[in-house]
Design a protein around this ligand. Structure first.
Ligand code: SIN
Length: 284
């Protein structure tokens, strides 16, 4: 029987009682999708998966997303290996709060991360709940934010002169810095979740460049306020990994952050994304 055990906050839940290495029967898949919509981040312990099984699990939630700027596994164009070796000095991949590929016209609906090698210390992944953060704001602030538009771009990490282009060599992962990453995409600051109908703050410090129509100072101050608010303890869940664990998170309403803290140890994860839709604004 599928058992869903939510965190006390309601954000994040563990799912047991199923074998995700096999195609899920319709009732189990529906239970997983319902838990994912309700809790934003769901994880499945003790689930060893090979590449075929990880891909098949992913495709039960939709088509693969488009994953630019990081070279995938040689024979698996839809699987990224998030790897860091014990002697690696490069920054931790994903080590700043973001939602995946928010600079795309249709950012992924979901990201899936499966643990292969888990370090004995550190390596946690943090998640922040954009729905609860939005709902905790005052009606006046929510009304102000509801109609705003933001500008997103991959330029800070992946642009021709981005962060990854300027670090010392020696990263295990092959990252592609290029001018295409400098292009910009607008999105609503608040998006409506297509399944739950809840509203979520949809901004992140890596890919959101600013708020359309505002001066730089206005935009920086507003975004700074929102990040401090979204990352308050009550909206954050910190996940501790064990080997053979899979996390499925809702990239439409959650931010995430790889925390590091495991220098001297190997960490290996396999990652896929599920294609998403154009973010739905509050005033559609
Ligand atoms: C990512 O941002 O996808 C990486 C998360 C992690 O390695 O914990």
């Amino acid at each position: 029987m599928v058992t869903v055990t939510p965190n006390a906050s309601g954000f994040g839940a563990e799912i047991t009682g199923l074998d995700i290495g096999q195609p899920l029967p319709a009732d189990q898949l529906a239970a997983v999708k319902a838990a994912w919509a309700a809790h934003g981040v769901v994880w499945f312990p003790n689930q060893p998966l090979d590449h075929d099984q990880l891909e098949a699990f992913t495709l039960q939630f939709g088509d693969f997303g488009l994953d630019p700027y990081v070279k995938p596994l040689a024979d698996r164009p839809h699987i990224l290996e998030v790897r860091r070796e014990p002697d690696e000095t490069a920054s931790v991949f994903g080590g700043a709060w973001h939602s995946d590929w928010s600079f795309q016209p249709m950012p992924p609906a979901a990201t899936i991360l499966h643990s292969k090698v888990v370090p004995p210390v550190g390596g946690d992944t943090e998640f922040a709940d954009g729905c609860r953060a939005y709902e905790a704001l005052s009606p006046v602030m929510r009304g102000f934010l509801d109609g705003l538009t933001t500008i997103h771009s991959a330029t800070r990490p992946y642009g021709a002169n981005g962060i990854y282009a300027n670090e010392a060599p020696g990263r295990s992962m092959e990252i592609i810095n290029c001018v295409e990453a400098d292009s910009q995409q607008t999105h609503p600051l608040v998006r409506v979740h297509p399944v739950s109908g809840r509203k979520a703050l949809f901004v992140n410090p890596i890919y959101t460049l600013g708020v359309a129509g505002m001066s730089e100072a206005e935009s920086d101050n507003l975004l700074g306020f929102l990040y401090r608010h979204m990352l308050r303890d009550e909206f954050v869940y910190r996940h501790k990994w064990r080997p053979d664990m899979l996390i499925l998170w809702d990239n439409r309403c959650c931010l995430h952050n790889a925390t590091g803290g495991y220098d001297g140890h190997r960490r290996v994860m396999h990652r896929t994304t599920v294609a998403g839709e154009q973010p739905i604004p509050v005033f559609a």
